[in-house]
Design a protein around this ligand. Structure first.
Ligand code: OGA
Ligand code: MN
Length: 205
């Protein structure tokens, strides 16, 4: 996988789709990790916003999440962290973004789940810089819906719909890429992560 080419695509398109970011074996180990945590009840109804803006709003999103604990990663999570770290180094060399820490959660969308159009950067915290979504759905049927829809800044261009196929990683700029999760007919599994910059850094970008 040529990460430099993917960084280039991210620059020109504002987003990049990387198929087979995980090998079949890596995908399987992440799914096992996810399913174990789901089974033991570690997923909680997701919320939106941060700090004072924090709220639970099932009209906007109705997924459940489990935040990964960077200081206590399981072996599978560590493997993912290392791969995203390698990508971060390429992105920092390419964009001089000063990406620094990773935060992320597993997400579970039940059948009928969705997440309305939003930006990932909070209005009261601008640290989130690169958004990443990794899909954990094996044998996803194209009729199941659940696409990630990316809107162009130029609203006249048609949006892009990306299927949540297992092992696929989608990256985009957190500050300005409006996106949504279309309703899925089947349960939908993913990891969503954000590279954050040190706050106050790169304010000109
Ligand atoms: C999110 C998000 C997209 C997806 O969690 O903020 O936009 O395809 N997820 O799951
Ligand atoms: Mn999002």
């Amino acid at each position: 996988m040529n990460l430099e080419e993917h960084a280039q695509t991210l620059e020109t398109q504002g987003h990049v789709v990387i198929d087979h970011f995980l090998s079949a074996t890596e995908l399987k180990s992440m799914i096992d990790d996810y399913e174990r945590l789901k089974r033991v009840g570690h997923f909680k109804k997701a919320s939106i916003g941060k700090g004072n803006e924090h709220q639970l709003n099932e009209k906007i999103r109705n997924d459940e999440t489990h935040w990964l604990e960077p200081a206590a990663l399981t072996a599978s999570q560590k493997m993912l962290w290392n791969k995203l770290e390698a990508f971060k180094q390429v992105l920092n060399q390419h964009f001089f973004l000063g990406l620094w820490t990773l935060e992320g959660h597993y997400a579970y969308y039940p059948a009928g789940g969705k997440y309305d159009a939003h930006l990932d950067r909070f209005s009261n915290d601008d640290a989130r810089t690169i958004s990443m979504v990794l899909y954990l759905n094996q044998n996803w049927n194209p009729d199941n819906g659940g696409e990630l829809r990316i809107h162009h800044q130029n609203q006249e261009a048609p949006p892009i719909d990306i299927k949540p196929l297992g092992g696929r990683l989608v990256c985009f700029f957190s500050a300005d890429v409006l996106h949504e999760v279309l309703p899925a007919k089947k349960e939908r599994m993913s990891f969503a992560g954000w590279w954050k910059r040190r706050s106050g850094e790169n304010d000109l970008f």
